[in-house]
Design a protein around this ligand. Structure first.
Ligand SMILES: Cc1cc2nc3c(=O)[nH]c(=O)nc-3n(C[C@H](O)[C@H](O)[C@H](O)COP(=O)(O)OP(=O)(O)OC[C@H]3O[C@@H](n4cnc5c(N)ncnc54)[C@H](O)[C@@H]3O)c2cc1C
Length: 321
């Protein structure tokens, strides 16, 4: 059995950000990812301006730009016949998840290792999967919205994604429609990434499209769990906030800083977890609540259509910044 101070389950954005930040802080950590990068993932491909800041803090922004990420300087949001143009105060980026995840993971993630079991041990945990077993004093769950390590409350919604060969400039196009909502953005290689969140009952209409990826059911809220959870494992930020990737990167780095401090001070895992929860709530609680509130509003179509015309660009900027 090998030993590390910290084990991270999942090596996509949240897990890789956590692993990179722990390494920067001089902590011995290992992230285990069941997939191998590059691989496709259902995502809108829009990195918000705040997400771009996170990529810079992680030291990977130049690589992301060099991979062909497209600057996104405004959004066009449509609901029925109503349309709003939202110039961004700071630009975001369009990039596919196959390119982005590979860059962020770099060499800091062990790929092709699926964690199947976590067992509490004397001063920490034993984490294992096919052909590997690792002991650690702190564990971070970065296994995403379908994590089997942090229980969740599922919704009747699914995500779908496909790409098209033509680029669409520097605009994020966003539509709210009867069966759901979603958007399209230019990504590297002169392509456009389309991604929509669709109600379960209407999924058949859309998912038959060639090369369409599907994920779900989506789960916004987690139930109280035993582990420090980062990114979607901690609870999804509603996709129309366009901030899921920022949340993944930010919460991964936040957990790393709290765990590093805790290990140096000789604190127990539960104390680190409590400290992380408080900080995570103060940074992300309001945006998750705003997302949840707007999601409820969307269920009342007539009202949301009327309200849509009065949402000022300032508020859209708050959502995506
Ligand atoms: C329809 C839709 C559109 C979206 N559009 C956007 C957008 O435009 N912009 C934006 O910022 N956000 C968007 N999001 C949100 C964004 O995709 C997520 O918030 C982000 O992917 C979360 O990253 P993560 O690292 O937490 O989780 P994930 O990306 O889900 O990564 C979890 C990783 O854990 C691995 N894993 C799982 N189980 C195990 C295991 N047992 N052992 C080892 N590894 C494991 C998985 O293979 C995966 O790589 C969208 C989400 C949806 C559903």
């Amino acid at each position: 059995m090998t030993k590390h101070d910290v084990v991270i389950i999942g090596g996509s954005l949240a897990g890789a950000a956590c692993a990179r930040e722990l390494a920067r802080l001089g902590i011995d950590a290992a992230a285990f990812e069941r997939d191998r990068f590059p691989r496709a993932r259902v995502c809108g491909g829009f990195v918000s301006p705040g997400g771009v800041d996170c990529l810079e803090r992680l030291g990977v922004l130049d690589d992301v730009r060099a991979a062909g990420a497209v600057e996104v300087s405004s959004a066009k949001v449509r609901m029925g016949s109503a349309e709003v143009d939202v110039p961004f105060q700071r630009p975001g980026l369009g990039i596919s998840r196959s390119a982005l995840d590979k860059i962020v993971a770099g060499a800091s993630v062990h790929q092709g290792f699926a964690v199947s079991r976590v067992v509490p041990a004397d001063a920490g945990f034993v984490v294992s999967g096919l052909g590997f077993e690792v002991a650690c004093s702190a564990l971070v769950d970065a296994a995403g919205k379908l994590s089997r390590f942090t229980r969740r409350r599922g919704e009747e919604e699914f995500g779908i994604q496909y790409t098209e060969e033509a680029a669409r400039g520097n605009v994020l196009d966003f539509w709210f429609f009867e069966d759901g909502y979603g958007g399209a953005v230019s990504v590297e290689g002169r392509r456009s990434n389309f991604c929509f969140l669709i109600n379960k009952d209407s999924l058949k209409k859309y998912a038959g499209r060639p090369e369409c990826l599907v994920t779900g059911p989506l789960a916004y809220d987690r139930l109280p769990g035993d582990y420090i959870a980062v990114g979607d494992a901690a609870g999804m930020v509603d996709p129309f906030c366009g901030e899921g990737m920022r949340h993944a990167l930010d919460s991964g780095m936040l957990a790393a800083r709290i765990v590093a401090r805790g290990i140096r001070a000789g604190r127990g895992y539960s104390e680190m977890r409590r400290e992380y929860e408080v900080e995570w709530n103060s940074r992300w609680g309001w945006k998750r609540a705003l997302g949840a509130g707007l999601r409820q509003l969307l269920h009342h179509r007539d009202f949301s259509r009327a309200a849509f015309r009065f949402i000022p660009p300032r508020l859209w900027n708050r959502l995506w910044n």
